[in-house]
Design a protein around this ligand. Structure first.
Ligand SMILES: O=C[C@H](O)[C@H](O)COP(=O)(O)O
Ligand SMILES: C=C(OP(=O)(O)O)C(=O)O
Length: 370
């Protein structure tokens, strides 16, 4: 059924059986990136927040800034007012802990699904299969402006290769997910992204695909994309030098333990890359059990503390960053048919830790990393 503004494809015209768009039900033109930026423009505060955060993350990746990069926030954003409530709390902690932790809010709008499921705020902002992507892009851009206005930098997964044109000026750190790290399309996209990018190991635990992604995305590429006006074009990229590995575990096995980290650091060195990585406390590292994230977090803090007393002292710990999936309230909920029954501040994708636990974990990190 075509939706509002959607152009139906394949209305019988010539009497010939169509050979094109056989499985395309319709297309809906969208506002181009330049127009969306005009409607939701960045000001000097947004710009400063992004520029300063990207520089700080680059310094952390070079080993010049000893702070732990912490990407923390909901598994996915589905309610922008709850996201802002979260952002205001996190902005306070970011300032309080700023000399030891570099906190970035996880603001994930695009969800890569194992099979099918809700694909995030941009794809389906009303959570009802109406796929109002025009509204999704607006909400995403507006939320990024509001979060950056708190001097709180944002991090997101870049999934659809067209999305960055609409929002990447407001994103300080990006990730390529476990399901797309092996994809040439995503490596090309990452090679043109303006911010540092983390590459997850594959869902089966393979590090090699992430190492290959880093090597590929450091190089220039030419590929099909869209420009600021939404016209299809050849995109020529310079290559993105600020890539890093994210250990997220795989096939039911975690990979955050000291021997996994040492192995990953060796593999990075052998590939001619800096031995610096982030650990994702969630996903296969926590067996998707939100309570388990704390166990991974404690291990990260122990490993960071140990590196200050060992021979590795000079080069520092390979662990430069950590990711936590956290929300206002712990756990997760399924999307109810009646949206008024959605519980406030609870994830509709992976289960998250709640705010009290988040604050306690960040405080512990601050105390231990002194
Ligand atoms: O982070 C979110 C999920 O782990 C990821 O999108 C896959 O989810 P799914 O296996 O529920 O589809
Ligand atoms: C989907 C995510 O992670 P992964 O790619 O590791 O499954 C995520 O971080 O939201």
């Amino acid at each position: 059924m075509p939706q509002a503004g959607e152009q139906a494809i394949n209305a019988p015209a010539t009497g010939h059986e169509p050979t094109q768009n056989v499985n395309v039900a319709g297309t809906t033109p969208l506002t181009g990136p330049r127009e969306l930026e005009r409607q939701f423009p960045a000001d000097a505060v947004h710009h400063r927040t992004v520029i300063d955060a990207r520089r700080a993350i680059q310094a952390i990746l070079r080993g010049e800034d000893p702070r732990l990069l912490v990407v923390v926030g909901p598994c996915s954003i589905h309610d922008v007012s709850a996201a802002m409530e979260y952002a205001r709390k996190l902005a306070e902690l970011r300032e309080r802990f700023a000399d030891r932790l570099f906190i970035v809010m996880r603001v994930y709008f695009e969800k890569p699904r194992t099979t099918i499921g809700w694909k995030g705020l941009i794809n389906d902002p009303h959570l009802d299969d109406s796929f109002d992507l025009a509204q999704g892009l607006k909400l995403a851009r507006k939320l990024l402006l509001d979060v950056n206005a708190l001097s709180l930098p944002t991090g997101t997964e870049m999934l659809d290769p067209i999305t960055p044109q609409y929002i990447d000026d407001l994103v300080s750190w990006a990730s390529i997910g476990a399901r797309t790290t092996e994809s040439q399309t995503h490596r090309q996209m990452a090679s043109g992204l303006s911010m540092p990018v983390g590459y997850k190991n594959a869902t089966n635990g393979s590090l090699q695909v992430a190492l290959d992604a880093m090597a590929s995305a450091r190089s220039p590429h030419h590929f099909l994309g869209i420009d600021e006006d939404g016209r299809s074009c050849i995109v020529a990229t310079r290559g993105n030098a600020f890539g890093h590995l994210i250990l997220r575990g795989g096939t039911g096995k975690p990979n955050y333990h000291p021997d996994n980290v040492a192995d990953a650091a060796t593999r990075l060195r052998e590939a001619g890359l800096e031995p610096r990585l982030m650990i994702d406390c969630s996903h296969a590292n926590s067996n998707k059990k939100h309570e388990q994230q704390e166990v991974v977090w404690q291990s990260i803090l122990e490993q960071r503390a140990a590196s200050r007393t060992e021979a590795s002292r000079k080069s520092g710990s390979p662990i430069i960053g950590a990711m936590l999936e956290s929300n206002l309230h712990e756990g997760k909920q399924s999307i109810p048919a009646d949206k008024s029954k959605l519980k406030h501040g609870i994830s509709i994708t992976d289960a998250c830790i709640g705010w009290a636990k988040t604050e306690a974990l960040l405080q512990q990190a601050y105390d231990r990393l002194g």
